[in-house]
Design a binder for this molecule. Structure first.
Ligand code: HXC
Length: 510
């Protein structure tokens, strides 16, 4: 009996070594942790339960039958993050470069199936040379099995991808279909075709970092939702994010203890809006002052900075925030910001996370670049996302809400539940100057007349009261009381039940 127990321990130790000490050292030398070290940091101490530790590949080509390491390049299982269950897979670069074989894929599929069945998020740690070259089409089939599960799990359980090494070729499409992608600076990259193929086909000379590093994907392509300095920071931040999320689409987000008075007044907000309507201010200040303990987890911080998206808690409950940022492009909506916010709104709606919208938007960005790029379709994504969202929606207009952008930003007409405005709000079809030049075209040569018309248009429309008269704004509120108002609004909406007509699915303008 003792021998058998020892045999099990020996096998386990062998499996834990993955591709061996030399490769583990090489992994460390690159500033990367091993697959198992990453799981240890991600999960609560001692909570990891492994599946399929002894699975080995079945390939017999290219002499592969002589090299059948336990685990087959991926560590899978489940554990907890602050006591809440998650499933995890972590590719082991020390075993065949973390490449995906038929059996490696089967291990991932097994935990994805269990995650959907048991209603818990999947966190995938990617560090892989892609399809196991020796296995050919069996490996491609394995990828597609994972893809299909990503699709079926979408909107059912949160799916989070960490890119902690190479992720190339078709392999990128599994993370691409998950809810969030986080990368590690300097040690991770994602691309469909690598620098060599790019050079051959397009003659462009580009490094792997330039083509698909963290900076590229967080600032330019928007493929990634965030980037961190190293493995340790990335894993700690994913733990923080998971704390904001429900485990599945049938559960409410977790309620955390909070030590911040919901009725807290913030007198400094009374002077947040500058006297000059064209002077920017930092919308993040408002978000931080509204949130419990000023805690804000930002999504896509470095992309389309004219809109801010992320999670806060109000009275301990998760709320998704979408806010125009007047500091960048005057906070206008454009292609990138519409796409970014639309995806975020849809995530919140899929997982029953209420949405707080903070509005200061002068309109959509004009120009051929925007029109040729399809701003009509992209802007419609955000409009569509807000209109279809049935979660509690609370909106605060701090300053500008002009034109179509007023409608788009969770207006009353898109079934906003509470639509508040600060006294500094300006809600109109367009700015006074532009409006005057159109309605009083005959007076264009007369500066005095135009100034008088502009002033009278401003007096009439550059305020929240015209909208409030019609009930499009539920209440004009003191800026200092915003946290109290918003907390009470969400509290009153906790049992909100909204239904939509039956359909197979909608046809959002993709
Ligand atoms: C089998 C692989 C492998 C792969 C790496 N290895 N990638 N084995 N299949 N895809 C092995 C190497 O042979 C090596 O084994 C070990 O992993 C470490 O690799 P190195 O090359 O020494 O590491 P490094 O220098 O860091 O380079 C990493 C790399 C490179 C850039 C990922 O290995 C690479 O280019 N690999 C091939 C990538 C690729 O073309 N994959 C297929 C893409 S197509 P030893 O024993 O020497 O340590 C694809 C399609 C998916 O993925 C489609 C889905 C629909």
């Amino acid at each position: 009996m003792k021998d058998i127990l020892q045999e099990l321990e020996n096998r386990r130790n062998q499996a834990r070594l993955g591709g061996g000490l030399a490769r583990i050292e090489a992994q460390h030398a690159r500033g990367k942790l091993t697959a198992r070290e990453r799981i240890e940091l991600l999960l609560d101490e001692g909570s990891f339960e492994e599946f399929d530790m002894f699975v080995a590949h079945r390939c017999t080509d290219f002499g592969m039958e002589k090299n059948r390491p336990y685990g087959d390049g991926v560590v899978t299982g489940w554990g907890t993050i602050n006591g809440r269950m998650v499933y995890v897979f972590s590719q082991d670069f020390t075993v065949f470069g973390g490449s995906l074989s038929e059996t490696h894929a089967q291990k991932i599929c097994k935990i994805m199936d269990m995650a959907v069945q048991n209603g818990a998020p999947v966190i995938g740690i990617n560090d892989s040379g892609g399809a196991r070259i020796q296995e050919g089409v069996a490996s491609l089939a394995g990828y597609a099995e994972v893809f299909q599960r990503n699709i079926e799990a979408s909107g059912v359980i949160p799916q989070i991808s960490l890119i902690m090494g190479p992720c190339a070729g078709g392999a990128v499409y599994s993370p691409a279909m998950t809810d969030f992608i986080f990368m590690v600076r300097d040690t991770s990259y994602m691309f469909v075709t690598g620098p060599d193929v790019v050079k051959t086909v397009t003659n462009e000379v580009v490094t792997a970092e330039e083509l698909g590093g963290a900076s590229t994907h967080t600032k330019k392509s928007s493929v990634a939702d965030g980037a961190f300095e190293n493995d340790v920071e990335a894993l700690a931040e994913v733990r923080r994010l998971v704390d904001f999320l429900p485990l599945n689409n049938r559960e409410k987000p977790p309620v955390r203890p909070f030590f911040d008075e919901p009725g807290r007044m913030e007198p400094s907000l009374d002077t947040l809006i500058p006297d000059n309507a064209n002077t920017p201010y930092d919308m993040k200040e408002l978000i931080l002052k509204l949130a419990d303990e000023g805690d804000f987890f930002e999504i896509q911080e470095e992309f389309a900075r004219n809109i801010i998206t992320g999670f806060v808690r109000l009275e301990g409950r998760t709320v998704g925030v979408v806010a125009n940022q007047p500091m960048v492009l005057a906070g206008c909506l454009d292609i990138d910001s519409s796409r970014k916010a639309a995806r975020f709104v849809r995530f919140c709606d899929a997982f029953e996370i209420p949405i707080l919208t903070l509005v200061d938007v002068p309109g959509f960005l004009p120009g051929t670049g925007q029109e040729y790029g399809g701003v009509i379709k992209h802007g419609a994504k955000l409009l569509f996302a807000y209109g279809e969202a049935t979660v509690p929606k609370v909106t605060v207009i701090t300053r500008k809400a002009y034109g179509g952008a007023y409608d788009v930003m969770s207006s009353k007409h898109l079934r906003g539940d509470f639509n508040y405005a600060w006294p500094t709000a300006e809600i109109a079809v367009m700015g006074a100057k532009g409006a005057t030049e159109i309605i009083y075209r005959a007076d264009l040569g007369d500066a005095e007349k135009i100034a008088a018309h502009t002033k009278s248009y401003e007096d009439r429309f550059a305020n929240p009261f015209v909208a409030a008269e019609r009930g499009f704004i539920d209440e004009v509120i003191q800026p200092r009381s915003t946290r109290k108002r918003v907390c009470r609004a969400f509290a009153s909406l906790r049992n909100k039940a909204a239904t939509r007509p039956w359909k197979k699915h909608d046809n959002i303008p993709l």
